[in-house]
Design a protein around this ligand. Sequence first.
Ligand code: MLT
Ligand code: MN
Ligand code: ZN
Length: 295
Amino acid sequence: MRFLVLGAAAGGGLPQWNCGCTNCVDARRGAIPPSSQSSLAVSMSDGNWSILNASPDIRAQLAANPQMHPCALRHTPIRSVLLTNGDIDHIAGLLSLREQTPFELLATTEIHDILVQNPVFRALSRDKVVRRAIVPDADFALQDGLTARLFPVPGKVPLFMEGETVQTDLIGGQTVGVRLTGGGRTACYIPGCADVTDALLRELADVDLLFFDGTVWDDDEMIRSGTGAKTGRRMGHVPISGEDGSVARLAGVAARKVFIHINNTNPILQPGSPERAEVLAAGWQVAQDGMEITA
Ligand code: MLT
Ligand code: MN
Ligand code: ZN
């Protein structure tokens, strides 16, 4: 199973258009690598790829990676696109895939409903882009030789669908992780997760490779840095640090572990930071655009 990180950043990317935080300034001046918005590609055989989440940066991501280029006048190696929630950073890229080339669009009914409610997605013609509803907790074929299963993780509805009160620990079809099995190996991809529950630990007990939500280091990172008013958990993202953070809670998971969906405020983006040293010492890797990993 081959993975290609198309975009390692959370919504907004690095640098984010309106942000002057240290990381964004450093990314603009070339001191740290820039990073595009949340997307991961997976392949079991040459010339066949599935895209996990379609970010607003997908056009540049596909251009930057030769594996994603067409091999004929009208062609794509992309067989399917799978969505793990309905957030803008995971669905807006669908609009860039509208030029009449077939692929399969896979998601839970909750996530498909968001696309149905937003008529702009009619730009993906239904006779070319077949929409398939995936039932959580049941195996399905993502591409030849690659079996997938979606499993609910704690999360919330997309920001643009939030009402006056927001439940951040919803367990259902609106936020899912993906389990992938191929060639005798198993990988999980969970770019958004509000809490590491015991059920999630059981799900991860036997995986070889884990891509996990690395949005924020600290729950109150955006408040402290003056870049926002919400905690990580309020945004549907468990922080990396702390007793209930992902490093501590996932310490017993024996997989190769990679943080992905990293917000531009996160200090692990700085090569010399103590926070980055801490995650590396705990056995984690930090995803970057263009990173290739074989499970
Ligand atoms: C998130 O993961 O929290 C979302 O991408 C937020 C957003 O829509 O910008
Ligand atoms: Mn996001
Ligand atoms: Zn920033």
